[in-house]
Design a protein around this ligand. Structure first.
Ligand SMILES: Cc1cc2nc3c(=O)[nH]c(=O)nc-3n(C[C@H](O)[C@H](O)[C@H](O)COP(=O)(O)O)c2cc1C
Length: 334
């Protein structure tokens, strides 16, 4: 029987399939069921930086309107001591889940600044989380901000959070950087233990009948795999931290491709929304069957075998034009 164990963020996972942050992971009961279906770890639904800050600000304004707080006291106010509601619920979720499952539980915070909320990761660690994934995205649409300014925020946040906790920290990022390869390498050397490539975002769409802005599809499709597959392959062995592949992983073959490209683990969300937790069991079965067929006794034996650094066709991952296909392609081939 093939050994599916992998190492991710310094944690030993019984297999490479992590359930990504989403509504699938916001209750301990559903996480128990994901564990029964074979999930090796979960990333809890994200708490937003704003939720942490607003909770404190609401409390401060209550205190000030009550007239019992001198303005200068606000400067000395310890945010950590504020009454907790949303944050308390989140910590309860961490504790409850840790009590009920034996797989690693990673918390998640969605953030855009390095201010005011960064006391909270230590609370998450104290509640028992095995790690913390930061979901960090600044849409580079502000004409008055340089790429350097946008990118600096990532380093500020990582430095601030990593200095405050002992649990492993990972970063889930987008591909919107002026030089993605450099950014991934630089982030990988900050002290974080892993990078998740890539997040998938809410995308606006346009309803041409009613002339309204609508939402694009919330769930990914198998065709969305290509982007992260390319970048996992390019960056594997070039970055000082683990890589988890995310987006478009809908079946066992997609898991195998990402491992061959060099991913340490994969994160799955949409496929489970579409097909239920049993999809994890099916993916694991497909992975084991493939490993048996190719005589791989462990994942380490083939992980990264098709990364850009290891393959005998490295140019394939950097080719961006269809030159070869433009010439002879008639459309009849499909
Ligand atoms: C309904 C839904 C809720 C999500 N909520 C979060 C979230 O709270 N935090 C986060 O980092 N990602 C969130 N995501 C993104 C997923 O974690 C994942 O990155 C994305 O769906 C791509 O993976 P997939 O192709 O397997 O769906 C959410 C995705 C979906 C579909």
């Amino acid at each position: 029987m093939a050994n599916l164990t992998v190492s991710y963020l310094g944690l030993t996972l019984k297999n490479p399939i992590i359930v990504g942050s989403s509504g699938l992971t916001d209750k301990s009961a559903s996480i128990r069921s994901l564990e029964r279906n074979g999930a090796a770890a979960v990333v809890l639904k994200s708490l937003f930086e704003e939720e942490i800050i607003l909770e404190k600000e609401a409390m401060l304004s209550r205190m000030q309107s009550g007239g019992f707080l001198y303005p200068e006291t606000v400067d000395y106010y310890r945010y950590e001591d504020a009454p907790k509601e949303t944050t308390a619920d989140y910590l309860d979720l961490v504790r409850e889940t840790k009590n009920q499952v034996s797989i690693p539980v990673l918390a998640s915070i969605n953030c855009m600044t390095a201010q005011q909320w960064t006391w909270f990761p230590k609370e998450i660690e104290n509640a028992g989380a095995d790690g913390l994934e930061l979901n960090l995205f600044i849409l580079p649409s502000d004409l008055n901000r340089s790429a350097e300014e946008n990118e600096k925020v990532y380093f500020d946040i990582v430095q601030e959070v990593c200095s405050k906790v002992d649990i492993p920290v990972s970063l889930k990022i987008s591909y919107y950087f002026s030089n993605l390869a450099t950014m991934i390498t630089r982030l990988g050397s900050t002290g974080i233990k892993g990078l998740v490539l890539f997040n998938r975002f809410y995308s606006p769409d346009i309803d041409i009948d009613n002339l309204q802005i609508t939402s694009g599809s919330v769930l990914s499709t198998p065709g969305d795999l290509a982007l992260s597959l390319r970048w996992i392959a390019i960056m594997a062995e070039r970055v000082d931290c683990d890589l988890a592949a995310s987006t478009g992983i809908h079946d066992g073959p997609a898991v195998i491709k990402q491992l061959l490209a060099g991913a340490n683990a994969v994160q799955v969300v949409s496929a489970i929304y579409k097909h239920g937790g049993e999809k994890i069991t099916e993916m694991l079965h497909q992975l084991e069957t493939w490993m048996d067929k190719h005589d791989f006794a462990s994942i380490d034996q083939f992980r990264g075998k098709m990364s850009q650094a290891s393959t005998d066709n490295p140019a394939a991952f950097e080719r961006v034009q269809f030159m070869k296909y433009f010439r002879g392609f008639t459309g009849e081939e499909i």
